[in-house]
Design a binder for this molecule. Structure first.
Ligand code: HEC
Length: 472
């Protein structure tokens, strides 16, 4: 008996030593979970299981190994060769190996004395808002899909106001796919607090009927377009025509702190607050009350941050049904480039990726005036579940004359688990099963530069526009 006991013990010791090299939860794995996983994997947050303690984490060891090796988790991971971002979205190879070794060696707890103190997670707000606005409640059904909702609320600020953070906080994080806030000129007759969605013609599967003319596009009229806008109720606000979101929520993400870049965002007094809200059914009906918090700037900043969405080439971007069409079954369709040339010196601070269910990858490149190309971000495995905004650790200086090109690919083949009907062409639209091709950028401008003149979009001929001398 004794000899069997000794043999077993030594076998175990041997396997731990050979495969796990003494990797333990407390010493090696917990620090990774605290830094990279717990923002979502804790009670009340978006992920279904908690990785706060050994007891709750242990059953997931094998699944964790698989998820990190496939780079499924943490979500939103970029190609680590390009760009350094404030939140790090990709695990290092060492971190991946640590989790894998720990799982292989029996997911050992280790000495509690090795454990770091628990992170003091803030319940609810990540920032310290000076003012909080509550949106009307929304009933999220148990099943099916919910249209992307748009709502207009009165601007809470009576005079021009500089803010350093806009944080969106869903009442039920698990039911919120993403949410955005922006400010747009007030329109007469707009109904505050009403949920709108763009009602285009669809068949019973929810897909826009092919071959039928798309009904008049529903867009928000900016101040300079006012005279061509039809009645406000009908032409509400959908795609944000050129405007990025100033505040953006995605599960597990911290809100953008403009103060990090020593800048602030200006909310003009004569605007309305526009919320774009996308809920996902979770299997049981819930009522969500989303709140928006504002952190006011202590003083007027010397530099201003603006958010802008870039448009694909073609007649009206992704609404060009000739150029912007993903053919049925196409596994790697290249969308028209999103091009712009900068007219002033500026700095790039934020990059974001917004596509819908067919989105596959996106790549951001800059071409400096000397023709040298620098790739600044590559998302090689876009996943519709994760709408990410990437904040550069250090801004990139953009001299006047620099060009930006963003390329994206889409998958409308049966390989894409999200593609609802790969036998049909897909066009641009507001809803998840239609497509968007919307990179957006955050730029820092010296005060006094007119945000409207910062860049010219999609100028000239697309082939001669991009004429690099060398690339990284
Ligand atoms: C931004 C939020 C977020 C972060 C950060 C995150 N997760 Fe997740 N994770 C989720 C959500 C939501 C799910 C459930 C839905 C899904 O599988 O996508 C999930 C599911 C999982 C699963 C189950 C996957 C499966 O195949 O069933 C594992 C394992 C996991 N996460 C591990 C990790 C690890 C390890 C980390 C850190 C290295 C991490 N996650 C970071 C949100 C997150």
């Amino acid at each position: 008996m004794r000899s069997v006991g000794i043999a077993l013990c030594c076998l175990l010791l041997f396997s731990v030593a050979a495969f796990g090299q003494g990797v333990t939860f407390n010493k090696d794995v917990l620090p990774i979970l605290q830094a990279r996983c717990q923002s979502c994997h804790r009670p009340g947050e978006v992920a279904p299981m908690s990785f706060l303690s050994y007891q709750t984490t242990r059953p997931w060891a094998k699944a964790m190994k698989a998820a990190v090796i496939e780079r499924k988790m943490p979500p939103g991971g970029l190609d680590p060769r390009y760009g350094h971002f404030v939140e790090n979205f990709s695990l290092s190879q060492t971190e991946i190996d640590t989790i894998a070794k720990w799982a292989d060696a029996g997911a050992v707890e280790g000495d509690p004395k090795d454990a770091l103190p628990p992170v003091q997670w803030v319940e609810g707000w990540r920032s310290k808002p000076d003012l909080v606005i509550e949106a009307p409640p929304f009933n999220v059904p148990a099943k099916g899909w919910v249209e992307n909702m748009i709502m207009v609320l009165p601007n809470p600020f009576k005079k021009d106001t500089w803010v350093t953070t806009i944080e969106i906080r869903p009442g039920v994080p698990a039911a919120m796919h993403h949410a955005g806030v922006r400010f747009a000129p007030h329109m007469d007759g707009v109904k505050y607090g009403k949920f709108y969605w763009s009602d285009i013609k669809r068949d019973e599967t929810g897909i826009h009927v092919p071959g039928q003319p798309r009904p008049e596009r529903v867009t928000f009229c900016s101040a300079d377009q006012k005279d061509v806008c039809p009645a406000p109720e009908a032409n509400l606000i959908t795609d944000g025509a050129g405007a990025g979101f100033e505040g953006f929520y995605r599960p597990g993400g911290a809100p953008l702190d403009y103060a990090y870049y020593k800048t602030a965002y200006l909310i003009p007094a004569d605007t309305d607050m526009i919320l774009s809200l996308h809920w996902t059914p979770t299997g049981k009906p819930v009522t969500d009350i989303t709140t928006v918090g504002f952190v006011l700037a202590k003083e007027e900043p010397r530099r201003q941050l603006i958010m802008r969405a870039l448009k694909p080439r073609g007649n009206d971007g992704w609404n060009d049904r000739v150029r912007w069409r993903i053919p049925a079954g196409a596994a790697n369709w290249e969308a028209p480039p999103k091009d712009a040339i900068f007219n002033v010196d500026t700095e790039l601070a934020v990059m974001s990726i917004h596509m819908h269910e067919h989105g596959k990858d996106m790549k951001y490149m800059l071409m400096y005036p000397d023709g040298k190309v620098e790739t600044v971000l590559i998302q090689p495995r876009y996943d519709f579940n994760w709408q990410m905004t990437y904040n550069l650790e250090k801004t990139i200086k953009i001299p006047k004359g620099t060009k930006i090109r963003v390329m994206s690919h889409f998958d409308n083949s049966p390989n894409n688990k999200f593609a609802r009907d790969p036998d049909r062409d897909v066009y641009g639209g507001e809803q998840s099963w239609e497509e968007m091709d919307a990179p957006w950028i955050g730029l820092i401008l010296p005060k006094g530069v007119d945000p409207k003149n910062v860049y010219t979009e999609n100028p000239g001929d697309e082939a001669t526009f991009w004429n690099p001398t060398q690339s990284n």
